[in-house]
Each structure stands twice: as C-alpha cells, then as structure tokens.
Ligand binder design. Structure first.
Ligand code: NAP
Length: 328
C-alpha cells in the first residue's frame, strides 16, 4: 500500500479521500512548519508527499525517499518545489490551479480598497476612541478607486479575475503586461497591453499576479518605483520575492509611491520591520489570498486527488511537469 506524507494539518474530508482510495498517510499535525531534518526523516519510505508552499522541497528531500512518485503541492504556485530535480528523478509535481482564482482576486481587491481608503487605519482610530465626529478634512481621507487606471502584471487566471472586478465593478481602465498577449481579455475589458515601464508610469494601482520564477524575482525594485506615480499604490498578492522589499520600504518612506497592500513577503513569516511601522499607507495580511473556508477545502481536495491519481498510475489532472511521463 502506497504511503503519503502530509506536511501540515488537513481537512477530514481530504483525509477520507485518501482512505477510500486505499492509501496510507502520515500527517505532521503539530501546526508547525517542519525543519529540514525532520522533513527528511518523515518523508523517508513514502511514495507521495503533500507539502504546503512554505515547505522547501529540494533534491535532498527527494533523495530521502527514493520511492517518491508524486509531490502534490497544495497551492497554485510551486516555486517551493525544485521541479527540474523532480523531473530528473521521475517524480510528478502537481499544483491546484483555478479553484482559488476568484477567492484570491477578492482579497486582492480588498487590499486595494483598504490601502486606497485607509480602512485599517480608520478601524484603529475608531477602536482607540480618537474619533471626535465627522469633519470635512478627516485624517483618514484616502484616494478614489473608481475610474482610475489599474495595471495588472501577469494577466493569468487571477490577474484576469482582478481586472474583471475593476472593469465591471469600479469602472476602471485596465492596462496590463504579461509574458504573452491576451487578445481575448483586451476585447472583453477594453484593456491595453503595455511594456512594464509604460504600465508603471500610467497606472494608479499596480497589482502583481506573476508566478515567482528566476525572471520575475525582484521584477519590481528601485527603478520601477521611480517610474510609478507619486500617488500610486502597489498590491502584491503574488509572491514576496517578486518585489525588492527594501526598495519598497524606501519608495514608501520617500513618497516615491503612495501606498501598498501586501499579502506576501520576501521572507515569510518575517515582515520587514519598517513595513510594520508604515501603518498609514500600508496594509498587511498574512498570505491569506486563498483563505476562505470553501476554497481552502477545495485546494486540499484537489491536492489529494492529484496524489491519488499519480499513485494509481494515472496522469494527475494538474501535472506541472508532463515531460516526466515520457521517461528518461
Ligand atoms: P497563472 O494563470 O499561471 O497566471 C500567471 C500569469 O503570469 C500568466 O499569464 C503568465 O503568462 C504570466 N507570467 C509568467 N511569467 C511572466 C513574466 N516573466 N512576465 C510577465 N508575465 C509573466 O497563475 P494564477 O493562477 O493567476 O496565479 C498567479 C500566482 O499568484 C501564483 O503563481 C502564485 O504565486 C500567486 N498566488 C498567491 C496567492 C496568495 O494567497 N497570495 C494565491 C494564489 C496564487 P502566460 O499566460 O504567458 O503563461
């Protein structure tokens, strides 16, 4: 009987799927991320590994279990898995695309609104008892969202879902940059494809939706902040290292840009201490883009289904390295 190691707590419904399929499993239910040596120990002898995005699955982990057939990552992004190393070893890697698109787009828009309208700051103001009544020049006066220009960087599933909200709900102009042009989206949302520099110069809000790769690492840094409008707001719900966090702090402090809404960070769960101090124009959330009850369950079930298919000798529905099937 094939055995799976699940690196963190998971919903009972997802575990039942594994049981019904006749696979054994072991879970790290401590609620804590495993250190490298513990992960190496626990994965030994397993055919399946179900990690989260903060488990680094490198060649050492793969070599700890020579029987490993599948790494079913519980996320759409799989920058935490060394896919090339997995392919070399004949290990399938899967992800969970689609099920989290709308939920992540909702959070993106929440951050955008919160940063523009200073919602978290206003909330603290009320709770602290500092509010003395309505006045015209209220301290938490923000900027409008409706009618502004939104620049999407990475017009994939989530980028497009955010763009749709902006276009049909907030009457925004959508411009975008992506690896390939999306003529369907251009027609649907009257959206314009721009080179990154021009997008940064023209956008009031810049929202990042690219995967983390060697090409996108720190794609937004000092030079890019200089191009952005002084009143611009950066939203990052992609991956922390897509932005040079120290350059972001400098850009916010010097007024190069107005604000930021961040769900992801360079060295999670660490957050740049100066970002935490910038509470007037920066909104921070702890990587909760996909965190609705419904969606997190779907992610778990999708990951388990991928693992089950792979261990049953079938092609899993969300295989990211299909070349592994053609053998060495
Ligand atoms: P997706 O559909 O694959 O979209 C990614 C888009 O980025 C694609 O359109 C892709 O272009 C484009 N792209 C890739 N490399 C690029 C580059 N160098 N320059 C410009 N564009 C580039 O993925 P998704 O489902 O929308 O997810 C996007 C990312 O969001 C994930 O990889 C993950 O890191 C992040 N995410 C975060 C959360 C959260 O909780 N904060 C939740 C879900 C996802 P092509 O169309 O040409 O491939």
């Amino acid at each position: 009987m094939a055995e799976v190691f699940i690196t963190r707590r998971i919903f009972p419904e997802a575990k039942e799927k594994l049981e019904k399929a006749g696979f054994g499993y072991e879970i790290n239910d401590t609620g804590k991320i495993l250190g490298k040596s513990e992960l190496l120990k626990r994965v030994r002898g397993k055919q399946g590994l179900i990690p989260l995005l903060n488990d680094q699955v490198d060649s050492e982990v793969m070599d700890a279990s020579p029987d490993l057939q599948v790494i079913a990552n519980l996320a759409v992004g799989y920058d935490n898995v060394d896919v090339a190393a997995a392919t070399e070893r004949g290990i399938m890697v899967t992800n969970t695309p689609g099920v989290l698109t709308e939920t992540t787009a909702d959070l993106t828009f929440g951050l955008l609104l919160a940063a523009a309208r200073r919602i978290t700051e206003a909330d603290s103001y009320v709770r602290q008892g500092d509010w003395n009544g309505w006045e015209l020049m209220q301290p938490q006066t923000g900027i409008d969202v409706h009618g502004k220009t939104l620049g999407i960087v990475g017009m994939g599933r989530i980028g497009a879902a955010v763009a749709r909200r902006a276009y049909s709900g907030f009457d925004m102009d959508v411009v975008y940059q992506s690896r390939t042009r999306k003529t369907g989206i251009e027609a649907e949302l009257d959206s314009e494809y721009l080179e990154l520099d021009e997008l940064l110069e023209r956008s009031d809000f810049v929202s990042l939706h690219v995967p983390l790769t060697s090409e996108t690492k720190e794609m937004i840094g000092k030079k890019e902040f200089e191009l952005m409008k002084d009143d611009a707001v950066l939203i990052n719900v992609a991956r922390g290292p897509v932005v040079d966090e120290s350059a972001l702090v400098e850009a916010l402090k010097s007024g190069e840009i107005r604000g930021a809404g961040l769900d992801v960070f360079e060295a999670e769960p660490e957050v740049h201490p100066e970002l935490k101090e910038l509470d007037e124009n920066v909104v921070l959330t702890p990587h909760v883009g996909s965190a609705s009850r419904e969606t997190r369950l779907k992610i778990a079930e999708m990951g388990i289904e991928n693992a089950i298919a792979a261990l049953a000798g079938e092609e899993p529905p969300n295989l990211v390295n299909p070349e592994v099937l053609s053998g060495p």
